[in-house]
Design a protein around this ligand. Structure first.
Ligand code: PNS
Length: 160
């Protein structure tokens, strides 16, 4: 068996403790884990691609086998370029399942050799999303315990 390169794709706007929990779990399971940030030209993110990359590099620094990268276009095409065998996605609750199943099946149709692996974050992050974190921060609420401290600081600076 060859070492497995897994890709953990997402928007990460911003990275949350839920993402970090999944990165930690994935880093234990796969030889190499690439956290791949989608460069989405349609959405207007709170943090630029450069900022999201910087933040992810900072919080994943303790994991020697984790790399941060960005991609645009089809995820399966990026996975092919990187010679990845696995796509890692988190499922927080049943409500995530339908969309994740649809994406996983479509990605399988496009690239049958690529496996999607679902992992569950710790229960305390089962209600956590970047969208809610952005909303809370923008409305002046506390995001303590929801994102790493370094990200909390960045969020505060961004919304004042
Ligand atoms: O953090 P998100 O927004 O849930 O991540 C969604 C992501 C980046 C995994 C998804 O939008 C994606 O893979 N986009 C790339 C374009 C693509 O391949 N689309 C077809 C998916 S079946």
């Amino acid at each position: 068996m060859q070492p497995v390169l897994a890709i953990y794709p997402g928007s990460f706007d911003p990275v949350t403790n839920g993402h970090l929990d999944l990165i930690e779990r994935g880093a234990k399971l796969f030889e190499r884990l690439v956290v791949a940030i989608l460069q989405n030209t349609e959405k207007s993110p709170l943090f630029s691609l450069a900022e999201r990359t910087e933040m992810l590099c900072e919080v994943t620094a303790p994991f020697a086998n984790v790399e941060v990268d960005c991609f645009h276009g089809l995820l399966v095409e990026y996975a092919r370029q990187r010679k990845a065998k696995v796509l890692l996605r988190g499922i927080r609750a049943v409500s995530d399942y339908e969309f994740e199943l649809q994406m996983a099946m479509m990605n399988r149709k496009l690239e049958p050799g690529l496996e999607t692996v679902f992992m569950l974050p710790a229960i305390e992050y089962s209600f956590l999303s970047s969208r809610l974190v952005r909303e809370i921060a923008q409305l002046g609420g506390s995001v303590s315990g929801l994102v790493p401290v370094a990200i909390e600081r960045r969020l505060r600076a961004k919304v004042i």
